[in-house]
Design a protein around this ligand. Structure first.
Ligand code: GUN
Ligand code: ZN
Length: 426
């Protein structure tokens, strides 16, 4: 066992932030040998129970759960900041040419290493990640994540039409490859597989049907895709699938709405769509820096809450502009202000933070596993330095309450705030 003395942030059952100014986090192996949180709380109250346990003194720092990125494309690490007139030209002119290189395992591995270095530098300890259509791209990401001991989910992209040579796959082979990857990786160490149709316009009905069949055969496996991001995309999906009730309805018609199904964006949905997501346990990966960068629109937090659908935050790099959860939380706050005229409320700092940690875990079906620092959770955490910059030091010192402290970190924070990222090593 090992213990850390620092300020401590975690979340209670009501999703509210719990803060100890002088906290203690004790980590150690559970009965299965997983490195988990054994105790968390006030230092003075707990320390007597852990005599003989080495305590690292991190007073002045803040320990918080590792962040969870619900939607990111590791092969788009080099696509960040590519200028384009919206989603479809961006895909055609930048993203597909970049992704076509990932049939080379050496290239995929090199980018995967850089990507995971970047996640770690930014305090992200779990991600649901797109690979490319090449099975080698998924293998590379899994291998690197496994070597680093990460809880990590990815999948080979399915895209058998309306895609250029070099990224387009073949219907039957794509499904064979997907099942082989599920069997090779899902449930190995802390890894999980996600069946990954890129989005409805780039899959034939046959490919979506096959994806739905695999989703039914492997209920523990994740599903990830994009939906209702951009108005041109929504129109295109309607032309291609005129029989479906809506764009989201296409996925429902092929058996792709269920628990552990995560759809990025979910901007241009209607009320029935949101209710279908809630009823099926399907969740949204809200990607505000991407939506601002590509001019896609604004996620409607109020409508999502009214329908009872679950969601969490995501970077969507390379459509997104930053790996930093602080940049994403700030963008989500701004987007929430956009909808404030309807709800009359802003997203609170505690809620923004929850949506990128315990709330994201919940939306991934990993509640109780990661995203929080209550006993039994896998011990992935970050050590933040509130003095990381002169302005952060000045502003956090003036915080009168937890909301003000968290909001100062959200608004002013970036990778400099992350002093250390600790991964649970069993
Ligand atoms: N829709 C289909 N593919 C993509 C992608 O790579 N990024 C984003 N943001 N939207 C998509
Ligand atoms: Zn995406």
């Amino acid at each position: 066992m090992k213990a850390y003395r620092a300020a401590l942030l975690r979340f209670d059952d009501q999703h509210a932030p719990v803060y100890e100014a002088d906290g203690l986090l004790v980590v150690g192996p559970d009965a299965q040998g997983r490195q988990v949180v054994r105790a968390a709380g006030d230092h003075a109250a707990l320390i007597g129970n852990f005599e003989g346990v080495a305590v690292e003194d991190l007073r002045g720092k803040l320990i918080a759960p590792g962040f969870i990125d619900m939607h990111v494309h590791y092969p788009q690490t080099d696509v960040i900041g590519a200028p384009a007139d919206g989603l479809l030209p961006w895909l055609e002119n930048y993203t597909f040419p970049h992704e076509s290189r990932f049939h080379e395992p050496a290239h995929a591995r090199e980018v995967a290493h850089f990507f995971f270095d970047e996640l770690t530098r930014n305090g992200v300890t779990t991600a649901l990640t797109f690979a490319t259509s090449h099975p080698a791209s998924a293998d590379a990401a899994f291998e690197v994540a496994q070597a680093r001991g990460l809880r990590f989910i990815t999948g080979k992209v399915l895209q058998d039409r309306h895609s250029p040579d070099g990224v387009r796959d073949q219907t039957e082979q794509s499904l064979i490859d997907t099942e082989a990857l599920i069997q090779r990786w899902h449930g190995v160490d802390r890894l999980g597989y996600a069946i990954t149709p890129r989005f409805a316009p780039t899959s034939t009905p046959e490919q979506l049907r096959g994806a739905g069949a695999l989703a039914a055969k492997y209920p523990e496996v994740w599903i990830q895709s994009h939906v209702a991001e951009n108005l041109d995309e929504v129109r295109w999906a309607a032309e291609l699938f005129p029989q479906s009730r809506s764009y989201l309805g296409v996925y429902e018609d092929f058996g792709l709405l269920r628990e552990r199904a995560v759809y990025a964006h979910c901007i241009h949905l209607d009320r029935t769509d949101r209710e279908r997501m809630a009823a099926t346990g399907t969740t949204a990966a809200v990607s505000p820096t991407s939506n601002q960068f590509l001019g896609s629109g604004f996620f409607d937090f109020g409508a999502a809450d009214a329908a009872g659908m679950a969601y969490g935050l995501a970077s969507d790099v390379g459509g997104g502009t930053s790996f930093s959860p602080f940049r994403t939380m700030l963008a989500a706050y701004v987007v929430g202000r956009e909808g404030q005229t309807k709800t009359g409320q802003s997203l609170s700092p505690g809620r923004l933070w929850w949506l990128h940690t315990a709330g994201a875990a919940r939306a991934l079906g990993l509640e109780g596993v990661v995203g929080n620092l209550q006993p039994g959770h896998e011990a992935d955490f970050v050590v933040l330095d509130p003095q990381a910059t002169p302005l952060l030091a000045r502003k956090t010192q003036q915080a009168n309450n937890l909301d003000e402290l968290l909001f100062a970190l959200i608004v002013l924070g970036d990778d400099r705030l992350i002093e250390r990222t600790v991964i649970a090593q069993g």
